[in-house]
Design a protein around this ligand. Structure first.
Ligand code: SAH
Length: 218
């Protein structure tokens, strides 16, 4: 562990415990998700200047016009993804700083995460490797069409909003697989897509606010 981890270790343990209490009050029930949120040091994924706010339930800027998602939404999406139990292979589109990927790494066997902005990809990769998260693989690519070569996935999570529900991505779900994603432009909703032998089932969950899914690499 480096000095930064140790330095605010004690404080962040306490503040992380408070974060877990807040997540419970907000309705997060899955103990494995709460344990994962306690485990991952969110302050290491953001600029030091903002580290004092790392455990507030807010999204924060991570440069390049992007944000680290609010802890509640990270916990909620992970809980929805995990609803039918332990997760095998998971795909995340929109690595950003890598925080959601680190949380997923606690509850899934393998995590593949894709980012289109090179400096964010490089930083997330380094951070995840510094934290010894060996079951996460970070890719630099446009993830809007998923990762067909590595499909099928037991879970797919999108951290950026597409204007409409994509039919391409759901094809990369394994049978019994679940996908959680924000959809919309001004008004966005979180959707759950489930795949079984009869096809796909769509459920609209709750209103959300995500950055837009963009095309191509940057
Ligand atoms: N998962 C992050 C949230 C990142 S914000 C967290 O833990 O906080 C969403 C990210 O999606 C941004 O970094 C943005 O660059 C990325 N993104 C947007 N469109 C994308 C695309 N087509 N492919 C890959 N990443 C994309």
């Amino acid at each position: 562990m480096n000095a930064r981890v140790n330095g605010i270790g004690m404080t962040s343990q306490r503040t992380r415990a408070r974060l877990i209490e807040r997540l419970r009050e907000q309705g997060i029930k899955d103990e494995a998700v709460l344990a994962a949120m306690f485990e991952v040091p969110r302050h290491l994924f953001i600029d030091e200047a903002l580290a004092s706010r790392a455990y507030d339930d807010v999204s924060l800027p991570i440069n390049y016009n992007q944000t680290i998602s609010q802890p509640y939404i990270v916990a909620r999406m992970t809980e929805v993804l995990r609803a039918s139990g332990a997760l095998g292979r998971v795909l995340e589109i929109g690595t950003g700083c890598g925080y959601q990927a680190a949380v997923l790494a606690q509850v899934a066997r393998e995590v593949y995460t894709v980012e289109r902005i090179k400096p964010l990809y490089e930083r997330a990769r380094k951070q995840l490797s510094d934290l010894k998260m060996r079951n996460v693989s970070v890719r630099y690519a446009d993830g809007s069409a998923g990762l067909p070569d590595l499909a099928p996935f037991d879970g797919i999570i999108m951290a950026a909003a597409a204007p409409v529900l994509s039919a391409v991505l759901r094809e990369q779900l394994a049978l019994g697989g679940r996908m959680v994603l924000p959809v919309g432009t001004q008004e966005q909703w979180l959707y759950l897509i489930e795949r079984d032998e009869n096809g796909f089932r769509e459920t609209r969950l709750e209103p959300v606010k995500f950055v837009p899914l963009l095309m191509g690499k940057a």
